[in-house]
Design a protein around this ligand. Sequence first.
Ligand SMILES: CCCCCCCCCCCCCCCCCCCCCCC/C=C/C(=O)SCCNC(=O)CCNC(=O)[C@H](O)C(C)(C)COP(=O)(O)OP(=O)(O)OC[C@H]1O[C@@H](n2cnc3c(N)ncnc32)[C@H](O)[C@@H]1OP(=O)(O)O
Ligand SMILES: Cc1cc2nc3c(=O)[nH]c(=O)nc-3n(C[C@H](O)[C@H](O)[C@H](O)COP(=O)(O)OP(=O)(O)OC[C@H]3O[C@@H](n4cnc5c(N)ncnc54)[C@H](O)[C@@H]3O)c2cc1C
Length: 666
Amino acid sequence: MEGGGVDHLAEERQKSRFDVDEMKIVWAGSRHAFEVSDRVARLVASDPAFRKDNRNLLSRKELFKNTLRKAAYAWKRIMELRLTEEEAAKLRFFIDEPAYTDLHWGMFVPAIKGQGTEEQQQKWLPLAYKMQIIGCYAQTELGHGSNVQGLETTATFDPQTDEFIINSPTLTSSKWWPGGLGKVSTHAVAYARLIVNGQDHGVHGFIVQLRSLDDHMPLPGITVGDIGMKFGSGAYNTMDNGVLRFDHVRIPRNQMLMRVLQVTREGKVVQSDVPRQLIYGTMVYVRQTIVSDASSALSRAVCIATRYSAVRRQFGSQKGGPETQVIDYKTQQSRLFPLLASAYAFRFVGEWLKWLYTDVTQRLQANDFSTLPEAHACTAGLKSLTTSATADAIEECRKLCGGHGYLTSSGLPELFAVYIPACTYEGDNTVLLLQVARFLMKTVSQLGSGKQPVGSTAYMSRAEHLMQCRCSAQRVEDWLKPDVVLEAFEARALRMSVACAQNLSKFSNPEEGFAELSADLAEAAIAHCQLIVVSKFVEKLQQDIPGQGVKQQLQTLCFVYSLHLLHKHQGDFLSTGCITPKQASLANEQLRSLYSQVRPNAIALVDAFNYTDHYLGSVLGRYDGNVYPTLYEDAWKDPLNDSVVPDGYHEYLRPVLKQQLRNARL
Ligand SMILES: CCCCCCCCCCCCCCCCCCCCCCC/C=C/C(=O)SCCNC(=O)CCNC(=O)[C@H](O)C(C)(C)COP(=O)(O)OP(=O)(O)OC[C@H]1O[C@@H](n2cnc3c(N)ncnc32)[C@H](O)[C@@H]1OP(=O)(O)O
Ligand SMILES: Cc1cc2nc3c(=O)[nH]c(=O)nc-3n(C[C@H](O)[C@H](O)[C@H](O)COP(=O)(O)OP(=O)(O)OC[C@H]3O[C@@H](n4cnc5c(N)ncnc54)[C@H](O)[C@@H]3O)c2cc1C
């Protein structure tokens, strides 16, 4: 992608045995998606307004103002260039800076679309689309985040005035965390307990104006501000996560989002035939997008670590020749290549999840709610699995880059700091796994009742076979048979779920049992989610994939992903009797051989992500591999090097040195 100087990785690029340009298209999802992405990436990289290499040097105030500037400029460019929604989303992606716009477009707008009536959508969406109002998603409170039903903010209907009174009755009911709330949003979709005639109808969404559209001052009864610095110096501090308190704020009745439940002028509460879980619908949408984001963050870290591993040399010089590239160490390969394979695996499962989400949305519009539980379980489970794996992987990539990985200029510390809250926001990952476990226990309990499991649990319909089958792998090559691998993952997932269900049945109180067994249940949920990822990778390979050697590379990566998981979790596979110790050892032998096949293609496989140097933001991951001179030059740019003798020398250093001198003389 980058052009110019000497390419230190040219030799590596020549080693590859597949058509990188075709792989770029597979990675992007289609030729059209590739072209859009490539064009917008170049647009951002070439515009100095989107410079980001100074983020760590700015104070919080400067950083935030800089983000406001970028967002305004981005919006201006979107208008000037008449960018489509797809192009605007790519623009945001390559600008690579969390901002209030994420919550406006990613949660406020979808909440109104998903939970508002036609009339409400017609009123609010045009304003939001033109950014004449800016909104956030104010659900979490100081006292409750995971337990949404435990929220304390109230929305009490006043029949006299046809209004709701929004109130924060306690300190713990203060809204806490919503992005874009602290300093920017003019409006919020705020979640509050609906109280009508003294009766509590649970949590619902309300559109509340927070700030004046004239001078941006908070409206009467509103207390609002930023919650303070977060992990890392630049990182997520570009976002104004906020605190919000309501003191009996009045809003018109028609600002309650009423697709699920209506409150009439007379104060009658009318339940529509839409299930109340739709109130959680925005979270389902965002969890789905987070899975695709995981493959982006992971591929970015892997790209940096892979390129640098090919540049970096340590030990092994023969007769004064060059030392060994660290990428040639088997330990480096066994740590790095599964992460490379995971990036591709998450990409494909993300594509599938997007399809599933689109499908469920279309069904919901036609009042078919049957696939909602499946969509919830898949989005929750895959969000949890992919974000946990990605957060761990970014840190692993830092370690794979040795000492230089710890430098800000490697790009990895900031990526880590920005990424890790994904394990918490949109649902704590453990809480989400337990949602999947509930879904699995329900499915297992219905086996044999005549109700056929469908979708991601369809494999459970072969329970009789999967509970007793023995893995057929007898030779190393057998682990390259998709059916053999898939069956091992299916049997493991089912047996772990069934074991949990059997243990649960020993408890007279199911909720007590669920709490007691929750650690095992979370593991069963992970096994199920890993199976989904493996099976979607295998399905991807059944498609027609053009390009010389492209499909073969993907096959290799698919087996690296699967066999690496099998090796890592071999305790599960062995204890459930899905494979024997001998078969585990054969699988590991196959894995080693696959690493050797990945090695010559590694650089080309990360080039296929088509990341610009601007987006990567890493000296170690530069396309041309020209790492050392750039590291050296960059060091001198640090403000500490502005003066040869540091500020503070005369006050704090010289006296100490002089003191030592006197002591030494004594
Ligand atoms: C400078 C740059 C400028 C660029 C400018 C460019 C401008 C233009 C750009 C345009 C494009 C931009 C695009 C941006 C896109 C960005 C994407 C967004 C980014 C997101 C950032 C993240 C911010 C974070 C936000 C948040 O965190 S919001 C808060 C999230 N909170 C949670 O997730 C809470 C977790 N808790 C829960 O979900 C629930 O409470 C619970 C499920 C854990 C428990 O709930 P409850 O107690 O009610 O439930 P039960 O366990 O009893 O279950 C009851 C039944 O309901 C089912 N259920 C539960 N949840 C759901 C669900 N979600 N859907 C369906 N069904 C659900 C259960 O299964 C139970 O069912 P059953 O009864 O059948 O068993
Ligand atoms: C960067 C960031 C941005 C955010 N943006 C927004 C936003 O825009 N809007 C918004 O409304 N919110 C936002 N949030 C809030 C976020 O959604 C919550 O923090 C998240 O849902 C987790 O909830 P919690 O903080 O209550 O965690 P807790 O539930 O208090 O979790 C603490 C610990 O308890 C464990 N735990 C909790 N319940 C259970 C259980 N039932 N079983 C087992 N273990 C359990 C968890 O696993 C965790 O280890 C944001 C958060 C962050 C960090």
